[in-house]
Design a protein around this ligand. Structure first.
Ligand code: COA
Length: 578
């Protein structure tokens, strides 16, 4: 049984690197995860699976199309070759025939001989067990050299084999694949600044809820498949990701309700305009105001444009109720007259913003409330995540208790508010329970941890040129904060300073959690008395301090703004394909 080590130690990353969890998740979904998984091998499941991966790597690492290697591996397995030792005792002619039926060139004696030699070497040097290599060589260089010394195993095969064994064998710690690093920079998952790129990718992967090995493999796949010609702008606009991956326009979920009624949730279509106009006309004044911040429902032209949101790279969902007992007016386009039909009772949309996030809007008619709002929001977030959009933003009236209750269930941060905060601008992440900073990093970032997302000095900081996100606590309270569990938080890991305003024991535990998990980010605490015991801090902020004084204090902690960063855009560069 292989020993399982943590896949990647959590190494603090330098402050301010861009983190794009949804982009990473979309990449893995789009281009594929580990090659071993593609071949049906789970290297985490023990030595037997690693043995299979050794045979598969021998085939994948050679200069042959991946699909031929995959097919040949399946054929070898079917004939009883699950480990390299199984090759021993087989006639060369039998192996040639197996390779032949997998798609190798006819009469490939060379590869057959190579497999036989490899089996003999593993038998002589490691008692026939590939796992012995992992046990014997715990230093990365020694392990790589021992593998490289095997017949037919060059640097490409060694790197492929070890990349997917990270965390399984102690010595399997190869450097980040060069092609993966290039693709990572092309997608702006990595900055062009050196540093520990492997640790940074591991962090992005963890924030994206995917295995770092899957992200690395997906990046290699991207590098291999990316068109060589220039013209790709990289980042979220990379041609390999540009295809929309949202819900197909005919996708629908049907939810049965009592009394033969049902709710259909389906993508919004541009011809939904007239029905949406009717939906908004049926709302009372307060709901119209909550949704559009105007007292009158929007004009038909605005609604038609909104219904075509998918054409602008966003997404929309419609919830329609079918009630066989109810008789509703049937639109002229449906033949006119009276009869049972589906009636739109809710809509939810997101439209892309220039910073990579998207603007959220949602309405549920009063008669359909009770569960539909949270359901639609979850479905919308899922759809936005699939398109690589990291956060949805919304302007919410502070009196809108239902909307805040819904946002609390997902975890939100306040990103702006007016001076008389009747209205706050909030962001929810499409993955996990914490939002993230938008892609570009031009301003100094202050993360404030504050109950309910409210803090007296956030606007003063914004006026002073800081980008401020006030985390209202994840759903489940501060104990559900990723840092509390020792996991990186996308807001904290990429902040230039963290200000903890949470009072009492929870606040102190949160400080400890950030100290442990994000040691490179300066930490400040807002305290009611300057004698409160908190451990080492970059600065103490007294609760009664005026907002302008707080801004001046944080200026000292963070320093002056840097010149805007230029992120690597690949318009004039190409990804090398090997
Ligand atoms: C916001 C809206 C979409 C929510 O949809 P919904 O179907 O009403 O959602 P729910 O009934 O499940 O209510 C959402 C949450 O609010 C809570 N809630 C309901 N009424 C409440 C009230 N009067 N006070 C406090 N919380 C309330 C619910 O308990 C639920 O929280 P929970 O999931 O933790 O139990 C819907 O109320 C609406 O369309 N409002 C008008 C338009 C609007 O405000 N749009 C948002 C603009 S950004």
């Amino acid at each position: 049984m292989a020993t399982h080590h943590p896949v990647e130690p959590l190494v603090p990353v330098s402050v301010g690197l861009p983190v794009a969890p949804t982009l990473a998740a979309a990449l893995v979904r789009r281009l594929g995860a580990r090659y071993s998984m593609e071949a049906g091998i789970d290297v985490d499941a023990g030595d037997t699976e690693v043995e299979r991966w050794f045979v598969a790597s021998t085939l994948f690492g050679a200069r042959i199309a991946a699909k031929v290697a995959k097919r040949t591996f399946a054929i070898l397995e079917k004939s009883g070759v699950h480990r390299i030792a199984d090759v021993a005792g087989r006639e060369r002619g039998e192996l040639v025939a197996l390779l032949d039926s997998g798609g190798y060139a006819r009469y490939d004696f060379r590869t057959a001989t190579k497999l036989q030699t490899l089996a003999r070497q593993v038998a002589e040097r490691y008692g026939g067990e590939v796992a012995e290599l992992g046990r014997r060589f715990v230093e990365p260089d020694e392990l790589a050299a021992a593998l490289d010394d095997l017949t037919g195993w060059g640097p490409v095969t060694v790197a492929l084999f070890l990349r997917e064994l990270r965390g399984v064998w102690p010595g399997a710690r190869p450097p980040l694949d060069r092609r993966a690093a290039e693709a990572g920079r092309h997608l702006e998952l990595l900055c062009d600044e050196g540093g520990d790129e492997l640790a940074h990718l591991a962090l992005v992967a963890r924030l994206s809820a995917c295995d770092p090995r899957d992200l690395e493999a997906a990046l290699v796949r991207l590098a291999l498949a990316h068109p060589k010609s220039g013209g790709c702008r990289g980042g979220r606009e990379c041609v390999m990701l540009a295809r929309s991956e949202g819900l197909p326009s005919d996708a629908a979920r049907r939810i049965a309700l009592p009394g033969c009624r049902r709710v259909t949730i389906r993508p919004m279509r541009s011809d939904d305009g007239p029905e949406l106009v009717a939906l908004y006309a049926s709302l009372d004044e307060e709901d119209v105001y909550r949704r559009f911040l105007t007292v009158r429902p929007p004009p038909a032209t605005f609604v038609s444009n909104m219904a075509a949101v998918a054409e602008r790279g966003g997404g929309g969902l419609i919830a329609a109720i079918f009630d066989p007992s109810g008789v509703a007016h049937v639109a002229a386009s449906d033949g006119g007259g009276q009869g049972p039909r589906e009636r739109i009772v809710a809509e939810a949309t997101y439209s892309p913003l220039a910073n990579g996030d998207a603007e959220l809007g949602i309405t549920v008619v009063a008669s359909a409330r009770g569960w539909l709002g949270p359901y639609l929001l979850d479905a919308l977030l899922e759809d936005a995540a699939a398109r690589g959009i990291p956060n949805l933003r919304a302007d919410v009236l502070t009196a809108n208790a239902q909307m805040f209750a819904m946002l609390r269930r997902r975890g939100y941060a306040v990103i702006g508010c007016d001076s008389e905060p009747a209205l706050v601008r909030v962001a929810v992440g499409t993955i996990g329970n914490v939002p993230s900073w938008p892609g570009s990093h031009s301003a100094r970032r202050v993360l404030v941890e504050a109950p309910g997302g409210r803090w007296h000095a956030d606007n003063a900081l914004r006026h002073a040129g800081f980008e401020v996100m006030v985390c209202a606590s994840p759903p489940g309270g501060w104990a559900a904060c990723p840092a509390w569990r020792g996991e990186p938080c996308p807001l904290a890991a990429c902040a230039d300073v963290i200000v903890d305003t949470v009072p009492g024991k929870a606040g102190r535990l949160l400080l400890d959690a950030h100290r442990r998990t994000h040691p490179s980010v300066p930490l400040c605490a807002e305290l009611s008395r300057d004698v409160e015991e908190t451990g080492p801090l970059a600065e103490r902020i007294l609760r009664c301090s005026p907002a302008t004084a707080v801004a001046a204090l944080l200026e000292q902690v963070v320093g002056p703004p840097e010149a805007p960063r230029t992120l690597p855009l690949a318009a004039d560069s190409t990804i090398e394909v090997t």
